[in-house]
Design a binder for this molecule. Structure first.
Ligand SMILES: NC(=O)c1ccc[n+]([C@@H]2O[C@H](COP(=O)([O-])OP(=O)(O)OC[C@H]3O[C@@H](n4cnc5c(N)ncnc54)[C@H](OP(=O)(O)O)[C@@H]3O)[C@@H](O)[C@H]2O)c1
Length: 395
């Protein structure tokens, strides 16, 4: 088999780094052709020297002015380009077969869209693509004949379990959640948590945005919406259960009552490898389950009063339209503000709730209308202030 030619969007992040490890484990099967980052020259410089890809792109046009001298660059065959249009050209290039989208946030949608338009294979970690524009993305995939393979661990688990089976035989899927660093805590205890505390994830090592999403359980809300569109499930067919060990990545309950699960240690290299080699299963670099150390797997119901994000996920999955784009954008800005210290932890979900409820809802938006809803929600979330409780009357 000729090697599959791969581009990684967001190569400097957590998923990007894991993807590079998977590619390195299969040198006969893959050839790395292109890498992108936003503006992290330090990390990208190392990747250029190490992998010497044909293309390297920094999507932030400003990064052209900060380009460092890369010694020996003249002898390398890497071409460096800047700006989002360069990313568009990269994914459309004739010598790219598979694109891994590991960009964080709504910025990933444009790259996903361009890959799907070309009819190529998209290995998708950027769940925001489906949260924002699920119905349009799935319609485009069908129209162009592209392959859309999930990397996110829970959708990957469902995808692995379903194999070629259709969803007609599925009663429900149960997404597992680690519960994050605040599992078991009550709302009062979360009022003053700091970014440092929220960034201390018990089982997964990930980028900062998804780590905060795991602490608020917004990550599960986003996955409810992602799974709804990716698999064509009804929102009431999607359930959530907490599983602190992060070994079972999801369950599928079939109509006859049989339940299948996908298990593996918390290591993103496995879902990345599965998407890249699909449908083959070969020995790879991912951690394996240490059966001799396994003592028990535990499950508990999510406390939805403390973590109201989950309800919001179902609501957004049910209403569809512009709700996903608004939820995603509001959450991105709220997380940024929490990390910058201008918003409290519990306000993150409150902002999202308020903006989903108050936005000018459009049930069947075009892509342009979704992008306008995204912009609206960003502006509103940036200026949103928590409601001040009335002061007690002076005695
Ligand atoms: N990490 C995980 O284990 C995990 C698991 C499941 C799903 N996911 C999903 O995978 C995606 C990536 O997550 P991550 O944790 O790998 O994120 P991350 O570590 O923060 O990396 C993000 C990557 O995106 C690039 N980027 C940031 N802003 C950008 C923009 N505006 N335009 C283009 N590129 C931009 C970054 O480039 P710079 O370095 O230049 O900033 C970096 O390469 C997210 O959608 C997340 O939900 C992640």
């Amino acid at each position: 088999l000729p090697p599959r030619r791969v581009a990684i969007l967001g190569a400097t992040g957590s998923i990007g780094t894991n993807t590079l490890k998977v590619l390195a484990a299969f040198p006969q099967r893959f050839r790395l052709m292109g890498l992108t980052a936003h503006n992290n020259w330090d990390a990208l410089k190392k990747l250029i020297l190490q992998h010497q890809p044909k293309w390297c792109i920094l999507t932030d046009p400003e990064s052209q002015s900060t380009m460092p001298t890369i010694s020996g660059m003249a002898h390398l065959k890497t071409n460096v380009y800047f700006g989002p249009d360069a990313l568009n050209k990269l994914v459309r290039a004739a010598d790219i077969d598979i694109v891994v989208n590991a960009i964080v946030g709504a910025a990933g949608l444009q790259g996903s869209w361009a890959v799907l338009e070309t009819g190529k294979t998209l290995a998708l970690a950027n769940k925001e693509t489906l949260v924002m524009a699920g119905p349009l993305v799935m319609a485009l995939t069908k129209k162009s004949g592209a392959r859309l393979l999930p990397i996110d661990s829970e959708p990957s688990a469902i995808f692995q379990i379903l194999a070629e089976r259709g969803v007609e035989s599925v009663e429900r899927v149960v997404l597992t959640a680690s519960g994050g660093p605040f599992r078991g805590k009550k709302r009062d205890a979360l009022a003053k948590v700091t970014p440092e505390e929220a960034l201390r994830h018990p089982t997964w090592k990930m980028g900062p945005k998804i780590t905060i999403d795991s602490a608020t359980l917004m990550n599960k809300a986003l996955e409810i919406v992602e799974a709804r569109w990716l698999f064509g499930l009804r929102p009431e067919q999607i359930a959530v259960i907490l599983h602190p060990e992060s070994i079972v990545h999801s369950f599928v309950e079939f109509k006859d009552g049989s339940v299948l699960a996908q298990l593996s240690p918390p290591d993103m290299q496995l879902p990345i490898q599965y998407a890249l080699l699909h449908p083959e299963r070969l020995p790879g670099p991912a951690k394996r389950l240490a059966w001799e150390d396994l003592r028990g797997l535990t499950f508990e119901q999510a406390d939805q009063e403390t973590f109201p994000a989950i309800q919001l996920g179902w609501e957004v999955a049910r209403r569809g339209g512009t709700c996903g784009a608004v939820l995603n954008a509001a959450n991105e800005i709220a997380v940024e503000r929490f990390l910058a210290g201008t918003l409290a932890f519990l306000d993150i979900v409150d902002v999202c709730h308020a903006l989903v409820a108050s936005h000018p809802f459009n049930p069947e938006p075009t892509l342009t209308e979704l992008l306008a809803a995204d912009r609206w929600a960003r502006e509103e979330a940036a200026r949103w202030q928590p409601r001040k409780l009335p002061r007690p009357p002076k005695s």
